[in-house]
Design a binder for this molecule. Structure first.
Ligand code: SAM
Length: 339
C-alpha cells in the first residue's frame, strides 16, 4: 500500500471523462460562459483505461466516473466495460446529474458499472429551473427509476443551500426511502466554480441533524463501513440510513484517500489543490507504465494536502476563486475536477 505523509493510502480515484455539463447549477457553474479544455487534450478511452490500470497496480481499488456530466461523453458504456475488465477495480461507480440516465442505465449495468449516485437537489421542477437552469427534472426522476430498475445500489447527492432547498430535507429523505436510495446531504463548499458562495448560505451538518431529529427523533451515527468515505452516515430509528458530507464545517482530510484525474489527464491530490500533475504529456510521449507508476507513487508519498481543513482556518472566508482566476485556468473549476 502506498501512503502519503499523513499515512493516507492511495485508495480511490475519481476519473472525469468530460468537463462539459448540461446543467448550470448555481453552486457549481453559475457563469454564462466558460473556458473549456481543448478537445485534443481529452483522454481517449484507451488512455483512461491505461492510466486506471497503472493506478490499480499501485493499490487503487475504487474508481468513480464523473465530470462535468459523464453521460455526455459519447459511448460511456464502452469505457465502463473496459474499466470493469480490470480485476483491480473492485468498486466502479458513477456520479451523474441523471438527466440522460434513463436510456443509459441498463447498458451501463450490462457493461459492469457497480453503483450510481445521482445528484438531486430538489423535488420541485420549478426550483430546479432556478437552481440549475433546466426544465429536465422529470428526466432526472426517470433516470433514478431506470437506475433502480437496472438493479443499481443508488445514492442521491443533495447540496443544501440556505434559502434555496433547505426546506426539503425531510421530503428528500422520504423520496430516498421510497426509491430504496441513500441520500447524502452535502454542505455547500467554497470550491473553484462556486463564485456565489457565502458562509451564510452553508447549512451545517449540525443544523441538518437538528432538522431531521425534530422530525424523526433520535439519530445515531453509523460507525461501521467505509470510514474513508466522504459522508458521515447516520441511522434513523426506523433503520433508514442517510449521509452528510460536512466538507465545509467539519472536514475529514485525515481520512481522505481520494485523488482526481481531469478529462485531460491532470492528476489532483486534493479538491482544493492549486496545481495538478500532468500525466497526459508523459502518456502521449511514450513513457512506460513503470515510469508513470513511479511518478504517481512518489507524488502520492509527498502528499500532505489538507485543503478543506485549511479553508476552515481562513478567517474571512469567501469563494476560493473569482471568475478571472477560473478563466485563467479551467482546471480550478469543480466541474473540471469532477467533485
Ligand atoms: N455532473 C455530475 C453530477 O451532477 O453529479 C458529476 C459532477 S458534479 C461536479 C459532482 C458533485 O459535485 C455533485 O454531486 C455536485 O452536487 C457537487 N458539487 C458541485 N459544486 C459543489 C459545491 N459548491 N458544494 C458542494 N458540492 C458541489
Amino acid at each position: 500500500m502506498i501512503t502519503d505523509k499523513l499515512q493516507r493510502p492511495l485508495g480511490s480515484l475519481r476519473v472525469s471523462v468530460t468537463d462539459r455539463c448540461n446543467l448550470r447549477c448555481r453552486y457549481c457553474m453559475p457563469e454564462q460562459e466558460y473556458v473549456w479544455l481543448p478537445k485534443q487534450s481529452i483522454l481517449t478511452f484507451e488512455e483512461i483505461t491505461r492510466l486506471v490500470g497503472i493506478f490499480t497496480s499501485l493499490g487503487v481499488a475504487k474508481i468513480r466516473l464523473t465530470g462535468g456530466e459523464p453521460l455526455l461523453r459519447h459511448d460511456l458504456p464502452t469505457l465502463t466495460g473496459m474499466l470493469a475488465r480490470n480485476s483491480g477495480v473492485r468498486d466502479l461507480a458513477l456520479t451523474t446529474n441523471g438527466v440522460l440516465l434513463a436510456k443509459q442505465a441498463a447498458p451501463l449495468k450490462q457493461a459492469g458499472l457497480g453503483r450510481v449516485t445521482v445528484s438531486l437537489d430538489t423535488l420541485r421542477p420549478d426550483r430546479m429551473r432556478e437552481l440549475a437552469r433546466t426544465d429536465r427534472h422529470a428526466d432526472v426522476l426517470a433516470g433514478i427509476a431506470a437506475a433502480r430498475a437496472a438493479g443499481f445500489p443508488l445514492k442521491l447527492n443533495t447540496v443544501v443551500m440556505r434559502g434555496v432547498n433547505d426546506d426539503e430535507l425531510v421530503d428528500l429523505i422520504e423520496f430516498a426511502m421510497a426509491h430504496e436510495a441513500e441520500v447524502r446531504f452535502i454542505e455547500y463548499m467554497d470550491v473553484g466554480g462556486a463564485t456565489g458562495w457565502s458562509a451564510a448560505q452553508v447549512v451545517s451538518q449540525r443544523e441538518i441533524l437538528e432538522v431531521l431529529s425534530a422530525r424523526y427523533g433520535a439519530i445515531a451515527p453509523v460507525t461501521t463501513g467505509d470510514l474513508s468515505a466522504p459522508a458521515e452516515r447516520f441511522r434513523l430509528t426506523d433503520g433508514t440510513i442517510f449521509g452528510i458530507v460536512a466538507s465545509t464545517t467539519a472536514p475529514f482530510c485525515r481520512s481522505c484517500d481520494r485523488s482526481r484525474i481531469t478529462a485531460d489527464g491532470t492528476w489532483f491530490l486534493c479538491l482544493y489543490a492549486e496545481r495538478g500533475t500532468d500525466l497526459r504529456d508523459l502518456l502521449r510521449n511514450g513513457a512506460s507504465d513503470a515510469v508513470l507508476a513511479d511518478l504517481i507513487a512518489s507524488t502520492w508519498r509527498g502528499r500532505s494536502d489538507r485543503g478543506a481543513e485549511e479553508r476552515l482556518g481562513v478567517v474571512h472566508r469567501a469563494p476560493l476563486y473569482q471568475v478571472d482566476g477560473l478563466r485563467a485556468d479551467p482546471h480550478r473549476e469543480m466541474h473540471t475536477r469532477g467533485g
